[in-house]
Design a protein. Structure first.
Length: 465
């Protein structure tokens, strides 16, 4: 049952806002709601057509690709299948950093500066055009509607703290209020704060929750422990993203809120890659995103085999992402989903992990709260934060030539603001960040304990909160 306000927001206010922003989101979402039911063959054909257009545009309008294609003798006109992408090298964060200006299309207008990837230990500043924003928002909107809820339905969001958010985010918060979204800061998870969150969720009676699985399962576990019911509020679905979703987290959230958990996978950089449908599959946004799975040598693997997820974003002509390495691991499944959607399925997504950290006053903080401090310093090429004890934290950084003492002060000051003014913070410059003994990369490591467990890092920033 959609109430009047939801209909007003979904049909009037949100489309109007998108129109003002020159986004054609409504049209794109409607097209996607039709194409999701197409056969695989028809979706593949659409994907190939859009890929050819992207490669043609990149070759004629983007200096970096013009030069690359010329050097390789690669002719976009000769592309006959998605496999022809394999004639092109991968796009890495290092390449984007080095060629940021040449990555822009010469006719691009309204490119927005973004930063991300901080959670992977490799901060990245890049640009996205309005076409991409439109498509990523539309893809998120479509996936929301799979769950019988809509934009405009009352929502509680458990996400980064407003202190960390820029102007753009503050505008979004205002919009969120109109859209009946309430934001709870996932960075502070002290018992008192979590009790307050539970009370606010109870008062808001949202139709949906959105946030990090670690934070929402933490809230659910606390509600359960104190016998506070939250399964009687009418919550229809809990959307989680940005971290690996563990089975025990899913079980806790579903049990305590009495509704299904829907997982989303994507990032500001990579786009809205995949989202779970009610039948349980993670469907790839195949109209917009080509997913390749590659082995450590860069060879493309067949369905069923596990490897690194590499994406080409077909709506990225203003600043093309072609064969972008996500650093995450996944498997493409060739088993069609019971829901009947023709969109291919991505399974077993694993990302990198971070730990919770503990401040001197005992506050448990999400690892992302430290990452936010490091990720927007352009001179930091890569980093790792190691919390040795409550009193002592070490930061390893791979610094660019332009790294200054102000940058170092910013890191030390930022960490002390979060962890406590008396904390000793050492900044060590290193050549590279080594992997853990397990072979995995962890960018926030805490030896302080508190039941800290690993969390994957990749947001569905797409529609990027
Ligand atoms: Zn499905």
């Amino acid at each position: 049952m959609t109430d009047l306000y939801t209909r007003f927001v979904a049909n009037v206010l949100f489309p109007l806002q998108e129109k003002v922003k020159h986004h054609d989101t409504v049209r794109v979402r409607r097209e996607m709601e039709s194409s999701q039911w197409w056969s695989r063959e028809r979706i593949d054909a659409l994907q190939l057509e859009r890929l050819k257009r992207l490669l043609r545009d990149a070759g004629s309008h983007v200096p970096y690709y013009r030069e690359l294609f010329a050097g390789l003798g690669f002719n976009p006109e000769g592309v006959r299948s998605v496999e022809d992408l394999q004639g092109l090298p991968f796009l890495t964060k290092a390449i984007i950093r080095e060629h940021s200006d040449e990555m822009r299309a010469d006719d691009a207008v309204g490119l927005a500066r973004m930063n991300t990837g901080g959670s992977s230990g490799e901060p990245l500043i890049f640009f996205i055009g309005t076409e991409r924003v439109t498509h990523d928002v539309a893809a998120k909107w479509r996936a929301t509607r799979w769950w019988d809820v809509d934009i405009g339905d009352r929502e509680v969001v458990v996400w980064g703290s407003p202190i960390e958010l820029g102007t753009q985010d503050k505008v979004r918060m205002l919009r969120d209020r109109i859209m009946r979204t309430e934001l709870l800061s996932a960075f502070e998870m002290s018992d008192a704060r979590v009790d307050e969150f539970i009370a606010r969720i109870r008062a808001a009676r949202p139709k949906m929750l959105f946030g990090y699985p670690s934070a929402i399962s933490h809230i659910a576990a606390r509600a359960e422990k104190h016998d506070v019911r939250v399964d009687d509020l009418g919550v229809k679905v809990v959307f989680v993203t940005s971290e690996r979703l563990y089975d025990h987290q899913r079980e806790t959230i579903e049990r305590v809120f009495g509704c299904p958990v829907a997982n989303g996978y994507g990032g500001r950089d990579a786009g809205f890659i995949a989202h779970q449908c009610p039948a349980g599959s993670m469907h790839i946004t195949a109209e917009d995103i080509v997913v390749e799975i590659v082995d450590p040598e860069g060879r493309v693997l067949p369905a069923g085999e596990s490897g690194e997820i590499v994406v080409t974003h077909l709506a990225s002509r203003g600043y093309p992402f072609i064969r972008y390495r996500t650093g995450d691991i996944g498997v493409i499944s060739d088993v069609p989903c019971a829901c009947g959607r023709g969109l291919p399925v991505l399974s077993e997504i694993q990302g990198r992990s971070t730990d919770f950290v503990v401040a001197m006053d005992g506050t448990v903080l999400h690892g992302l709260s430290l990452i936010y401090i490091l990720r927007d310093i352009p001179a930091v090429k890569a980093f790792k934060v190691i919390q040795e004890s409550v009193e002592h934290t070490r930061v390893q950084i791979v610094a660019g030539a332009d790294f200054s003492s102000q940058d170092e002060d910013q890191i030390v000051g930022g960490l002390r603001r979060r962890l406590g003014a008396a904390v000793r913070v050492d900044v060590d410059r290193v050549e590279r960040i080594p992997a853990e003994r397990s072979g995995k990369f962890r960018y926030i490591v805490s030896h302080v304990g508190s039941g800290a467990h690993g969390h994957q890092e990749r947001g569905c920033a797409a529609a990027d909160r």
